[in-house]
Structure formats: C-alpha cells, structure tokens
Design a protein around this ligand. Structure first.
Ligand SMILES: [Zn+2]
Length: 438
C-alpha cells in the first residue's frame, strides 16, 4: 500500500523530533577513482545528504553544496585525474565543495545507500566533454546509449523496507517482506529471459527514500521501472491486483520542479541537458520526454494488467493513475503493481505462498515481454531479434477510429476485431491493439 503509509510516517516524525535535534550531515572522506577516462569522486557521509550540484566554466569546476553539512576531521582533498584540486568552504548554512577541473566535464551524481561494509555515499561521475559535442535530443535515457544489441534493463523496486514496514496483514505479514520476495522472484524470471536484465533497487531490509528509488533507476539507465507493493483496505474482502501509472497532475508538478531547479541541476533528461537551454525550449523538451514516458508507462501497465488478469483476480479492470512520487521519472517508463490485498486474509495467505508469488512474477514478466516485443528500445537485442505480432496505440483526445486506422495502414474493422469493440466510440487514454499484417 502506498497511499496512507507515507503521510502517517511524516506526521509521526514531525511530532517526535524537534527541529534542533536533526543531525547535520558529516562528510568523512573523499575518494577519487579513475575508470576508462572517467573520474569518480565518492564522498563518504554519515547520513544521506541533501545536496545540489552544478558546473561553472572558465576555469571549469564542479560545485557541490551539501545542506547543513560539516567536514569530518579526516577529510583530505587532493586532486587526481580530471580533478585538479579540491576546495571547500561555507555557503550560507551549507558546506560547499568545489572540484577544480583540468578540462570541461559533464557531471552525473547519485546516492548509494549503506551496504557491503560502506556507509552513505554520494558519487559524482565526471565524463570529459568532447570538444563541440552537443547531446542529440532523444526521448529516453536508454536511447542515449550507443547502438548494439544490449539487454533491456528493468529496475524492480520492492516497496517499503527498513523502518517502513508498509501495510501489515491480519496475521502479521509485513508488506516490506512480501514486496522483496516478489521483487527477487521477478528478477530471477526476467534474468532467465534472453535480452532482458533486471536490477533490484533494494535487495535487503533497508529503507530508501522514494526519490532515491527512481533516481537509482535513472542512474542505471533502466528502460523500465516497476514498483512492487501489496494493497490494504479497511474492508477485509477487498481483493485482486491493481496497476498504477503516474497521473498528469504528478507529471506536471515534477515538470515544475525540474524547471525550477534547471540551472543548478546537471542531470540529463532523456539524454538532454536542460541547464543550458532557455526556459521555453527546456519546457518543450521536458514535455516531450514526459509525454513519451507516460505513453510508454500506460502501454506497459496495460500489458501487465492484462497478463495479471489471466492468472488471477484484478481489483480494477483499468490501469489506475495516481500522483506517486516513485513513478515520477521524466524519462523512464514507470508503473506500480499492487500485487494483492495483504489486508484480505485469503490474499495474505496467498502472498505467503511461494507458488503464488511465482505466478505473480511470471504474469508481470509476460506483460513486460509483451510490451517490449512490440515497442523495443533502439539498440537492444529485442529490437534486432523479436518480431511483433501487434502494435499498440494510445488514443489521444480527438482521435477517431478511422484516423487511427489510416495512420497505421489497417482497416477500421481489423481494429474493432482485435479489441472486441462493439461501437466506434473510443476514450482518450485507452490503449488499442493494432494488428500487424505480415
Ligand atoms: Zn505499499
């Protein structure tokens, strides 16, 4: 369940911790590594930092401001690789660390949660900028990767974790455990497929903030983000799976955030930097990327829901839309699967059953495969080797069946047949199967 648990947690935290007791982040150590022409700066911290990163030219430098942070006693900053020197100072209440660069570089940053004997880390990757290079406007992160026959990458996010148990079933089953079990099962069935590779956003009982979850998927250049949850409701007989994608309201508030932070944010959206574009162009590029991403999200979600319906109950027959933070990537198609109702005693029992979890994982996998067979990202093994038997079309406002048929070069009747339509009335947002004549 994702709807109520977050807000409740915030209320509890706000009541329990006075503002003055909030622990300031300490930057303990800076580590510089070289890897294939790239320089990685890794900051070791005692908590997950709030930070912003931006570049300045002439001379080239990367500026990092960490909110309310201080430097540990053992912090030393010697240059190496692309980093000529490291300076630090205060900037308002923040700690400012400046990396003086030997040449222009494109920074990318991400956070790593504690694991494998390491604590919180902030990683800044510096890629030397090719002279005169300009990123081509493409629509997804994955499209920015050079062509080949790479695997399609699917990021699986097990909901909740650590201090956040999620919903709790009548016999005490915790959502955070079920989501991790389903996520691991899903990874294993996806990895067994040629051309697909899955990564787990969390692989243990750890707490990860929501924004960090989708940032990690973007960092891994995932083609798809799937968040796994188990639903809960006050009525114990509520049952079945649901599939969610981001609402347009969620997309527009995310767009507002990206545009507001554009100048301080070096992250690429769909392979394009927004920081050096004027606001009109940045708005258009972001909108293009978000529309393409939402369309893809709806289409995958549709396939997954259809596949889940084949193996068991679905709670709602249509893909649901909600403003879930975890689905807000502007350039990675994202969906959230509420596998079953953990609040329903029968479904709680199912969720405890490895056979049931395997069926769920296989159904989600099939929906994902159906989608990528039809819409494979460029440069993937799927694009080179898998032949679609049908295409999908998401109906835009004002489109008629005749218009869609003409666009795809098929007859209106064949679309009616493929979708079991009794009339020609279609709703904006509906996903139609378009038969492919071979
Ligand atoms: Zn949940």
């Amino acid at each position: 369940m994702v709807r109520h648990c977050r807000r409740l947690l915030l209320v509890l935290l706000a009541g329990a911790i006075p503002v003055t007791a909030v622990h300031a982040t300490e930057v303990r150590r800076l580590q510089l590594e070289q890897k294939g022409g790239q320089t990685r700066a890794i900051l070791h911290l005692d908590t997950a930092p709030e930070y912003r990163l931006f570049t300045l030219g002439d001379p080239d430098r990367v500026v990092l401001d960490i909110r309310g942070a201080s430097l540990g006693r053992d912090f030393r900053g010697d240059g190496s690789g692309l980093v000529r020197a490291v300076r630090h100072g205060r900037h308002g209440g923040d700690l400012r660390i400046v990396l003086d660069l030997a040449a222009g570089a494109q920074p990318r940053s991400f956070l790593l949660a504690p694991g494998q004997g390491e604590g919180h880390r902030l990683v800044i990757e510096l890629e030397p900028k090719a002279a005169g290079a300009e990123a081509a406007p493409v629509l997804t992160v994955a499209d920015a990767v050079p062509a080949g026959e790479r695997d399609i990458v699917i990021a699986i996010d097990a909901g909740h974790g650590g201090k956040d148990p999620g919903a709790i079933g009548p016999s005490g089953l915790r959502e955070k455990e079920v989501t991790l079990q389903v996520a691991r099962e899903l990874k294993s069935v996806l990895d067994a497929e040629r051309g697909l590779r899955a990564i787990l956003i969390r692989d243990g009982d750890v707490y990860l903030p929501l924004a960090e979850r989708y940032q990690k998927a973007r960092q891994e250049e995932a083609d798809l983000f799937v968040s796994i949850h188990a639903d809960a409701f006050t009525r114990p007989d509520a049952r079945g799976s649901s599939v969610f994608v981001l609402s347009t309201r969620g997309a527009s508030s995310e767009a507002a955030r990206w545009l507001a932070e554009r100048e301080n944010n070096a992250e690429l959206v769909g392979g394009v930097s927004l920081s050096d574009k004027d606001s009109m162009l940045a708005t258009v590029l972001l909108d293009l990327s978000q529309s393409a991403t939402l369309e893809a999200s709806s289409s995958v979600a549709e396939n997954v829901l259809r596949s889940l319906a084949r193996v068991g109950n679905v709670h709602k027959n249509e893909v649901q839309r909600a403003n879930f933070m975890v689905l807000r990537s502007p350039d990675v198609p994202s969906l959230l699967v509420e596998t079953a109702f953990i609040s329903n005693p029968d479904e709680e029992r199912n969720l405890k059953d490895p056979q049931f979890r395997r069926r769920l994982a296989l159904a989600i996998r099939d929906g994902i495969k159906d989608y990528f067979s039809v819409s494979p990202p460029h440069g993937t093994w799927y694009a080179a080797n898998v032949r679609p038997t049908e295409r999908h079309h998401v109906v835009s406002r004002g489109e008629t069946l005749a218009l869609i048929a003409r666009r795809h070069g098929v007859s209106v009747q064949s679309i009616r047949n493929a979708n079991g339509l009794a009339s020609d009335r279609i709703m904006a947002g509906a996903v139609l199967r378009i038969p492919v004549s071979s």
